[in-house]
Design a protein around this ligand. Structure first.
Ligand code: SAH
Length: 468
């Protein structure tokens, strides 16, 4: 950042502009929105500037700037559209201690003026350090369209109402009130009516005597932040406390409200490092204290997420909860190999299995899984791969059954291991996958499948392959 954005207090201060043409007019149109005293020095001022002077909106001195004209000026604009003249007046203003901007001369300017979206007192400044004015204009246009025209008025009325806030307890309650005011209430542009709306709203919030917070059980998806649902984003935006699992990616954690308390539940692959009871207690403890808790789980919270235990803990204490679904690892993984989870004529169903449960390697219906055409998505299946392999082969599974392991699905470090049941181990150990991985039994990446169909089935050898 070569320029640091700040808001300068200009109320009642002097801002001096040297110049009377288009460049000066453009700056003056912005400056007239402020409560500063504007002084213009121009030998030949445009008619518009004369008119403003006439109406008392600025003072005009119809001559070139001279030494002493910029005394006590806070800001100074050299807008003569004449390089030599701009350099001369800029030097004078600089000597008088003003912050100097020379129009269209980034290098010699002490500050630059951003593109401004004005909903006073809400002001948005957009700067590109002169690199991309078109971009700044487009962003400004987008924001102008997005922000209601009466936002400034709402903010001013809201500000005047702040002293009434003492009635509401500090924290979540107050924030909910303001969110309700700005985003859920149809507030009139008439100040008296708006005041009335605020009173009614306050009454409503005072009456809701529930001091408990609530719990959102949120799916964070497989890792790519773009695979987060809008509902999940909104929940993160409003959270007071976020309790997240180890697999939730850093990029997603960064989307949480800046003031939110972030707590790692740090569950490890084999057995939790923070016990489930401790996690339940954390969730309910914060909610009881009035916090909006986001319990953030990787993928979809309803898939191998021990969700029910957390729901039961909330129910036991009468805490409101809801589930916000997410994209489960199997969906992201299957997308990465260009396949479908189900396919007409291939598999009319799919099993979601876990490689291990609380008792160790999980037991399944091996006979059924060993059948031709079975497809299974195996979660937490790395350490149990040899166990799976052995059980399936023992129950008569075809050794050539394709097996695909997708590590870090949807993330930038995604890797794909394409192999067969008979080669799964040692291929998996050799690949040394360190991230979360999902194993598909009975599915090969689309490209590999294509290659296999092109050659004599007798010759098909699913060489273990690593795609990155
Ligand atoms: N609720 C999660 C699953 C939690 S169990 C979901 O719906 O995805 C944790 C297991 O999910 C990991 O051991 C791994 O098998 C799988 N997993 C989670 N994220 C993954 C990712 N980005 N890529 C591959 N597998 C993933």
């Amino acid at each position: 950042m070569k320029h640091f954005p700040i808001f300068i207090a200009v109320e009642g201060r002097r801002i001096v502009v040297s110049g009377g043409g288009e460049a000066a007019l453009a700056k003056l149109r912005l400056l007239l929105k402020t409560e500063a005293h504007l002084n213009v020095f121009a030998a030949e001022p445009a008619q518009e500037i004369r008119d403003w002077a006439h109406k008392g909106r600025l003072t005009l001195t119809p001559r070139a700037l001279e030494p002493g004209d910029t005394l006590c000026a806070k800001l100074f604009y050299a807008a003569n559209e004449d390089e030599a003249e701009d350099a001369r007046v800029a030097a004078l203003a600089h000597a008088d201690g003003a912050l100097v901007n020379i129009v269209d001369n980034l290098n010699d300017s002490a500050f630059i003026t951003p593109a401004i979206v004005d909903r006073d007192p809400v002001t948005i400044a957009i700067g590109t350090e002169g690199a991309a004015p078109v971009l700044a204009r487009t962003i400004k246009k987008d924001l102008e369209e997005k922000l209601p025209a009466n936002l400034g008025l709402l903010a001013r009325i809201g500000k005047a109402f702040r002293n009434r806030m003492e009635a509401l307890p500090f924290g979540v309650k107050r924030r909910d009130f303001w969110l309700d005011y700005y985003f859920n209430t149809d507030v009139s542009t008439n100040a008296t009516e708006a005041q009335h709306t605020l009173e009614t709203l306050l009454e409503k919030h005072l009456q809701s005597d529930d001091k408990k917070g609530r719990v959102d059980l949120v799916g964070a998806g497989p890792g790519d932040p773009e695979l987060l649902t809008l509902k999940a984003r909104n929940a993160l935006d409003k959270a007071d406390v976020v309790i997240y699992d180890r697999l939730v990616s850093q990029e997603i954690l960064e989307l949480a409200r800046r003031e939110a308390t972030m707590i790692s539940a740090g569950k490890e692959g084999f057995g939790p490092s923070v016990s489930q009871d401790e996690i339940n207690a954390m969730i309910t403890g914060h909610a009881i204290n009035g916090a909006h808790v986001v319990r953030l789980k990787s993928g979809d919270p309803t898939v191998f997420g021990r969700l029910d235990e957390e729901i039961e803990a909330c129910e036991a204490l009468n805490i409101d909860w809801r589930i916000i679904p997410g994209i489960t690892a199997a969906s992201a993984a299957v997308a990465s190999i260009g396949q479908s989870l189900t396919k007409r004529g291939r598999n009319s169903g799919i099993r979601f299995l876990t490689g291990h449960d609380t008792k160790g390697f999980a037991d399944h219906d091996w006979r059924a899984l060993a059948q031709k055409g079975e497809v299974a998505a195996i979660y937490m299946g790395k350490k149990s791969a040899r166990f799976f392999q052995g059980r399936l082969l023992m129950h008569g599974a075809d050794p050539a059954t394709p097996v695909t392991v997708i590590e870090n699905a949807s993330r930038t470090d995604q890797r794909i291991l394409s192999t067969t049941l008979s080669e799964l181990e040692p291929a998996l150990s050799n690949a040394n996958l360190t991230g979360p991985a999902l194993t598909f039994l009975g599915l090969a990446p689309r490209a590999a499948l294509q290659a296999a169909e092109d050659i004599n089935p007798q010759e098909v050898a699913y060489e273990p392959r690593l795609y990155t």
